[in-house]
Design a protein around this ligand. Structure first.
Ligand code: GLA
Length: 727
């Protein structure tokens, strides 16, 4: 499992050797995974709705008996956890090696099984000819129903082998899973969903950006065509990895479908000397028999319970003020102190000094790599500003982009050879910066020491926004080896080392917005900067897409400037606040643009957020199916005592009346008071149910089965209701 020492560990496992097992049944209240150990290699023969523990599982084998199909193998090669070319599998092999003449056909067979109760199993398979061993580890979390799986390959031969590919796992899916939802995007438009019908052949997503990427999020949902938010079967897959990766969903001619995800290695980066091993990133799978919402809530619960630290989950996430869209590179101590005064008055709890504070950084062409406070801008260092922020009752955070260097920097002048490169090819321009080679220990030592020096000098810095603003196009180290795997591991290790040395330090993962959002980086960080777009309308879609995998607790959502800097769109303060409420809230604008009415709204919006953030961050999240006219969702307290329902009108309705909102997730036997809680004043077209019903109590059964007529809203207007259980 990719867990860092500063974070909670996954489920404790005490394995016992048991070689007599034929069928392994991992199960929870809602999910079963049955693995057949009768074959040469372990094979998932069932993954789906929970099967009773005492079911005669071997009947499944009988029920799978098939005829010999025309012009086919008499017996189909199973889709094992790691299907191999050596076994004759004609889909994509789960392992590919080179180095020895026989390496292509490596095909380890099952040697032993170690299981822990009904929730964890490890399979050890060996290839006595090629001397390669595979360890498959599968853990089905009993509380959250998430399957977490990884594979390790050990070279036990006397020769080096080259791992070209090793999937984290290959998972066959049952018939009927004929549709997939993929996640694509670009800078400032992350997590856009696209639904695709499966076709004969493979849907393949490959990411070679050297980071998780905006365009190819390592996640996919495979489902029945009819699956919706609250009904139907689906499987969500996410690879916890921040480097290159591949997703493959393939339909084979005989109707079998499988999903395969793993790190995308370059041809020469994973040489294993005798005795060496390679462990894949963890693949996380969430199965739901009742729609996408359950699938997402299982991911959310898993992340809160097994990835984030207790401290992050149990302490209220502070409201941020971030300086970036307020001043960009124009840092000025007195102005920033003034910003801190205004923001504290509005209710901010953490002040984050973004890009532009360090040596020579007056624009994006210089300074990266020189992590010393710029004495021209901060003649007395950062202390006067930090102290001012602290005196205002806020925490202080600061921006770093440690993996990068500008050619115009002291670091680059001293160590021009420290950058990743490609021999014989000039560096490619990308925000005037190159990528440092973190696979070299002298580079990570230098970065550790520069960052630690700042943190030691300013012990009040309790937060780092850790950015990464270019793709890694040239991936070569000094010895010519491609090193994206080592680079990714080194980033994790550097962050973990800083967190261990500075307990209580929170770190946000940012990469030009949301290009490094995944459970690999989250295992050592605490918050995501979801997107550089602070356009509240675009954000609704981005946040909706992100919510398929990640809980609102960790997704940064800021109220942006009046005129959005990215789209130029002007949205009301009420709407900007309504969008930012549903995440880890913050503000990011020049406060001098705020008029008295904006400030009044911000004060009450932040107050509302603080009163409800525990519910927003830890409640059960439900999306509504969308017709593109509105985006609607609910957050319900797990004990169903209170709930927020949020309706965001996006475009002018095609009908004369908006929809009737059927509430969901309530206790059907209870009565709930319905209150409109945001915005405080709603400009209504004519008196609606809101004025009639506000503060009234209704039966939950009727609220859910009959629903409530929504008012006619102007496009780009939001309305939030609070439901409180009575009695
Ligand atoms: C990236 C981040 C922004 C900001 C800038 C600073 O684009 O996503 O939020 O920090 O870098 O250069």
């Amino acid at each position: 499992m990719q867990q860092k020492s500063t974070h909670k560990n996954t489920i404790e496992t005490k394995f016992t050797q048991d070689s007599t097992l034929d069928l392994i049944h991992l199960y929870t209240e809602f999910v079963s995974v049955v693995i057949d150990c009768n074959k040469a290699q372990p094979v998932i023969i069932y993954f789906g709705d929970a099967i009773s523990p005492d079911a005669a599982l071997d009947e499944m084998l009988m029920l799978s008996t098939r005829q010999e199909a025309k012009c086919s193998l008499s017996e189909e090669v199973p889709i094992s956890l790691t299907p191999t070319r050596g076994s004759g599998f004609t889909g994509n092999p789960g392992v590919q090696l080179s180095g020895a003449p026989n390496a292509w056909s490596v095909s380890p067979t099952l040697a032993s099984v170690a299981r822990e109760g009904n929730h964890a199993v490890t399979f050890i398979s060996t290839d006595p000819i090629r001397h390669i061993t595979l360890h498959h580890s599968l853990i089905l979390c009993p509380d959250t129903h998430i399957l977490a799986a990884s594979t390790a390959l050990i070279n036990q031969s006397d020769e080096s082998v080259n791992v070209l590919d090793l999937s984290s796992l290959t998972i066959p899916l049952p018939l009927g899973m004929d549709t997939l939802m993929s996640f694509e995007g670009r800078w400032s438009m992350e997590f856009q969903t696209r639904t695709i019908d499966l076709f004969l052949g493979a849907f393949v997503r490959e990411n070679r950006k050297g980071k998780t990427s905006h365009d190819n999020f390592p996640g996919v949902i495979v489902h029945e065509k009819a699956t919706r938010e609250n009904d139907g079967e689906c499987y969500g897959f996410h690879l916890g990895w921040s480097g290159n990766h591949r997703t493959r969903v393939e339909l084979l001619p005989e109707r079998r479908t499988y999903v395969q995800m793993g790190e995308l290695l370059s041809q020469d980066e994973m040489h294993l000397a005798p005795g060496d091993s390679y462990t894949t990133p963890t693949l996380y799978v969430s199965y739901s028999a009742s729609g996408f919402n359950r699938m997402s809530r299982q991911f959310h619960n898993y992340i809160r319970q097994h990835i984030l630290s207790d401290r992050i989950v149990s302490t209220p996430r502070p409201v941020h003020y971030n300086t970036w869209e307020g001043i960009y590179f124009d840092h000025d101590v007195e102005l920033l102190k003034h910003f801190a005064d205004v923001m504290a008055e509005l209710g901010a709890e953490r002040f984050v000094l973004d890009d532009g504070w360090f040596k020579g950084r007056r624009h994006e062409k210089a300074g990266l790599g020189d992590w010393q406070v710029d004495s021209n801008i901060y003649p007395e260092g950062l202390s006067p500003l930090i102290q001012h922020v602290i005196n205002n009752g806020m925490q202080f955070g600061i921006w770093f982009e440690p993996e990068m260097v500008n050619p115009d920097s002291d670091l680059y002048h001293k160590h021009p050879d420290w950058v990743l490169h490609c021999e014989g090819t000039p560096q490619l321009g990308f925000r005037h910066q190159y990528v440092l080679d973190l696979s070299r220990s002298e580079v990570t030592e230098n970065l550790y020491s520069q960052i630690a020096t700042i943190l030691q000098e300013y012990p009040d810095i309790s937060y780092i926004k850790w950015d990464m603003n270019r793709d890694i196009n040239h991936t070569g180290s000094a010895d010519g080896q491609s090193v994206i795997h080592a680079q990714t591991k080194a980033v994790y290790a550097l962050i973990a080392r800083l967190k261990a040395a500075f307990p209580g330090l929170d770190i946000e993962s940012c990469s030009s917005g949301g290009a490094r959002i995944d459970l690999g980086i989250l295992s050592c960080t605490d918050r995501f900067w979801t997107s550089d777009s602070n356009d509240a309308l675009d954000r609704l879609w981005i946040q909706r897409g992100c919510s398929y995998f990640f809980p609102l607790l960790i997704t940064g959502t800021h109220i942006g400037p009046r005129d959005c800097h990215i789209t130029g769109r002007k949205l009301s303060m009420q709407t900007r606040i309504a969008t930012s409420l549903f995440g880890s809230m913050g503000m990011e604008m020049n406060p001098t643009e705020l008029d008295d009415n904006d400030k009044k709204l911000l004060i009450s919006g932040l107050k509302f957020y603080k009163a409800h953030r525990d519910l927003i961050h830890n409640g059960d999240y439900y999306r509504y199916d969308t017709d593109d006219e509105s985006i609607d969702f609910a957050i319900i307290d797990p004990n169903k005592s209170s709930a927020l329902f949020s309706h965001h009108s996006i475009i002018e309705s095609r009908r004369t009346m908006p929809k009737v909102l059927k509430f969901i997730g309530l206790d059907p036997k209870a009565r709930y008071t319905v209150e409109k809680v945001w915005p405080e004043v709603l400009d209504e077209y004519s008196p609606s149910v809101i004025q009639m019903a506000d503060g009234q109590t209704f039966s939950a059964e009727l609220l859910m089965k009959h629903g409530m007529q929504l008012p006619i809203l102007m496009p780009q207007t939001s309305i939030v209701f609070k439901l409180t259980k009575q009695g």
